[in-house]
Design a protein around this ligand. Structure first.
Ligand SMILES: Cc1cc2nc3c(=O)[nH]c(=O)nc-3n(C[C@H](O)[C@H](O)[C@H](O)COP(=O)(O)OP(=O)(O)OC[C@H]3O[C@@H](n4cnc5c(N)ncnc54)[C@H](O)[C@@H]3O)c2cc1C
Length: 399
């Protein structure tokens, strides 16, 4: 590792830390507080909306955006600091995470001036909620296999087909969707071609969102069906057939600023130990629990160092490889390990679910036990990440 924070970076950190100390306390409440089910999702979203608005007042909502659009044009190092400080302060999530980190930058990169003026302010102010519609029943890990079609008809595209697992589509006003405008591309074995990025008004006729209940009991993601839904061609981002390039730029943004995750994990571990001390202190004397705690702590430290090594490489102009997929694997396995530890350490009250009168931490650990399964699916499944590492990093022979 080879980097140092410059005086400008330290000033950035001090400004953010000071701002958080002043503005965060009203919002620092457990994400899983409140009742179970759909009501919990809506109250969380409202709290996130208020938090994003507060951040925006301080110009802290979209640090990577150009200053012209309310951002700070943050450097990589400032992204790392931002992620670390937010994790350290236990700041809640924001209302429009997709919009701020992925879709907004895409509109800035590929959109016309008119499109930028139309959509960026609403993303930033949290007036509009956005969803991201990529996955389909037969296009998840193999995203380029997507078949949801958009056929040009006058000044519109007509959409037909199904998307699945689209987070918060049922409460979104707008969505960024990848659709197939050239169905021959799949037959030509050029499936990355013929994909187009369209901005979709989620309230037009012909769009149905069916929330899907997940194992936590919440219904956060949706199946979205298009049946002759019309989208103006003026809502296309980039050229027709350019959707893959547009989307890959977007996913690239997903990988920025994740270094705070190891701090979040460390904070979770400390919280677990403190809660166990209060509710089930005998567990802390159990040698097997002590062993698991020590292993978890060691792995969290390793993950932090992996992130720093990736950062050091980027700063030297090298590829952050293979540290980034390794850190993703670490993050998913550790998130699940901590949730399992939580349920094992807290005793019977620790497995009472959210909403129960005697639930410890309002059922945080049982919720985590179910919810953290997503970390080995989202942002590249564990199996696919391991394939990539086996192939490109270890160069194992292919069968
Ligand atoms: C909480 C959550 C929120 C989500 N939100 C969104 C959203 O807002 N928008 C959106 O577009 N999508 C969203 N997704 C979908 C997500 O992107 C997909 O679930 C992910 O890409 C995996 O695709 P899949 O579910 O179709 O699984 P598949 O790709 O079908 O995989 C099924 C299993 O097969 C394995 N597998 C697949 N290919 C290989 C291979 N080549 N070698 C070995 N094993 C393989 C996988 O690892 C997995 O275990 C969300 C998912 C989750 C869990």
């Amino acid at each position: 590792m080879d980097f140092a924070f410059t005086p400008e970076d330290e000033a950035f950190r001090a400004e953010l830390r000071g701002w958080l100390e002043e503005h965060l306390p009203d919002f620092r409440e457990s994400e899983t507080a409140g009742p179970a089910g759909g009501t919990a999702l809506m109250s969380t979203m409202e709290r996130r909306r208020a938090w994003q608005r507060r951040l925006n007042e301080g110009r802290w909502a979209a640090i990577n955006w150009p200053s012209e659009w309310g951002g700070r044009e943050a450097t990589i190092m400032q992204n790392v600091i931002y992620s670390e400080e937010m994790a350290r302060a236990r700041a809640p999530g924001i209302y429009n995470a997709n919009g701020i980190w992925q879709i907004g930058p895409m509109i800035i990169r590929w959109g016309t001036r008119e499109q930028q003026e139309r959509w960026l302010p609403g993303i930033l102010s949290a007036d509009d909620h956005w969803c991201q519609g990529f996955s389909e029943p037969e296009a998840g890990s193999d995203l380029a296999n997507l078949r949801c079609s958009a056929t040009a008809d006058g000044d519109d595209y007509v959409l037909e087909g199904r998307k699945i697992w689209i987070s918060t589509a049922h409460i979104a006003q707008w969505g960024l969707f990848l659709v197939r405008t050239d169905p021959t591309a799949i037959q030509r074995k050029a499936k990355h071609e013929g994909i187009t990025a369209l901005i979709v008004d989620m309230r037009v006729p012909g769009i149905e969102c069916q929330p899907l209940r997940d194992i936590t009991g919440d219904a956060m993601f949706n199946e979205v069906t298009f049946a002759e839904a019309r989208v103006p061609a003026a809502y296309r981002l980039g050229d027709e057939g350019q959707g893959w390039q547009v989307a890959m730029g977007t996913l690239g943004h997903e990988r920025v600023g994740t270094s705070g995750l190891s701090i979040t994990l460390a904070t979770e571990l400390e919280r677990l130990i403190a809660t166990t001390r209060k509710h089930n202190p005998a567990a802390l004397e159990d040698p097997s629990i002590k062993d698991r705690l020590a292993r978890a702590w060691t792995q969290i430290t390793l993950t932090r160092l992996l992130n720093y090594r990736a950062l050091s490489k980027v700063l030297k102009g090298e590829k952050n490889w293979p540290e980034v997929p390794l850190a993703k694997l670490q993050w998913s396995s550790l998130s699940q390990t901590l949730a399992e530890l939580g349920c094992d350490m807290l005793g019977p009250a620790g497995i009472l679910a959210r909403g129960g009168a005697d639930a410890v931490d309002n059922g945080h650990w049982t919720h985590q036990y179910c919810w953290q399964r997503y970390t080995s699916i989202g942002a590249g499944t564990t199996e696919v990440q391991k394939n990539i590492l086996a192939d490109r990093a270890i160069q194992l022979p292919r069968h």
